[in-house]
Design a protein around this ligand. Structure first.
Ligand code: KG4
Length: 340
């Protein structure tokens, strides 16, 4: 008999549900919340309320699209954290209620491990190239920037991570500073394609080991823009493409520098990227180019699996389900990775 896993993701501002049959994706429904647009960032209270409204229709739609009913499910995988606590509570409580009512197990998933395993999401009739273990994943999102060694679907070791801001935050905060709107990453990416990446130069942080820091570059851009605006009030409007291209190139240089070092230190040549920022075209191009130069095997997740989605939670849960993991009903969500 086939195993059907329902995945539920509600860690930030996307409510998502997905269904897998024996590890193959049947549906992946995402309701993105629009209420945050006017605030220039996610408002936690509004996010929880929107999840509460979205969760039932999103799960129903995922089951319908998969052509099954809730009674067919074998288990429920849900995001336990890290993320916004109020948002996580909605998905966790829903998973508990469904698990109790259907008398099926639930399996907690670390959101970041979901991103890291996104390359394993298989769709019917679509060939997918899976990385071989052990591999390195550059995990880059709005909340995290890490280099993770993945020795198996349940074995993760963080080799380096940001000591302050995440790279997605740097994209978002700097886009806001340039008046480009939220979320900033996709806008900067689009404008960067039209600009000269070597026109402006920003100082890169000197952080030991495999850790990152992105707060300095934000300050560097802030002061640079302030000084230029004092000389020419139209500076931003006239130079936004070159500014975005140069800023993006600096971030990609920083990310790739440590990734190259991690590959050299570990001798691992299987390299993947994950998380929202892995949608960035500059980063994807650079990863492929470095991979060719260094004879790495590189794997890029499909765009639809780079940002928050339940398909990645379902696949991470599927691995744990097969390994016999079950989560007790008294589990509570956690907001920070350190508490996971
Ligand atoms: O993984 P994600 O959807 O949410 C979490 O943080 O968990 O990542 C969101 C982040 C935001 O900072 C957004 O600006 C960034 O991913 N992002 C991008 C691009 N698309 C999304 N950053 C750079 N270039 C992009 N194309």
């Amino acid at each position: 008999m086939a195993d059907y896993i329902l995945g539920i993701e509600s860690s930030c501002d996307d409510t998502s549900a997905a269904v897998l049959r024996d590890g193959v994706l049947l549906s992946n429904v995402i309701a993105s919340q629009q209420v945050h647009k006017d605030f220039g960032g996610v408002v936690p209270e509004l996010a929880s309320r929107a999840h509460e409204q979205n969760i039932v229709p999103v799960v129903s739609q995922a089951l319908d699209k998969a052509g099954i009913t809730a009674q067919d499910l074998s288990a429920i995988a849900f995001t336990r954290g890290p993320g916004l606590l109020g948002s996580l509570l909605v998905g966790t409580s829903f998973a508990k209620a469904l698990s109790l009512s259907l008398d099926i197990p639930m399996i907690m998933v670390n959101h970041l491990q979901g991103h890291i395993l996104a390359n394993f999401v298989r769709e019917e009739g679509k060939p997918v190239e899976e990385p071989a273990f052990p591999y390195l994943c550059l995990l880059v999102s709005g909340g995290n920037s890490q280099i993770v060694k993945v020795s198996g679907p349940l074995e993760f070791e963080i080799l380096g991570q940001t000591i302050d801001d995440a790279v997605g935050e740097a994209f978002d905060k700097c886009a806001k500073l340039m008046g480009l709107g939220y979320p900033g990453g996709p806008v900067i990416d689009r404008l960067a394609k039209l600009g000269d990446p070597d026109r402006f130069h920003f100082a890169k942080p000197q952080i030991p080991g495999l850790d990152y820091s992105f707060s300095g570059i934000k300050t560097s851009l802030l002061y640079f823009v302030r000084d230029e605006l004092a000389k020419d009030p139209d500076f931003l409007e006239k130079n936004k493409e070159d500014l975005c291209a140069s800023f993006q190139k600096t971030l990609v240089d920083i990310l790739m520098g440590k990734l190259i070092r991690a590959a050299k230190e570990t001798g691992i040549r299987e390299i993947t990227i994950g998380g929202g920022v892995s949608a960035n075209s500059g980063l994807r191009e650079r990863l492929v180019a470095e991979g060719k130069k260094r004879r790495w095997h590189t794997y890029l997740p499909a765009f639809k699996f780079t940002t928050d989605n339940a398909a990645m939670i379902a696949i991470a849960g599927w691995f744990r389900y097969r390994a016999g993991e079950r989560t007790p009903l008294d589990v509570a969500p956690v907001s920070r990775i350190a508490d996971f």
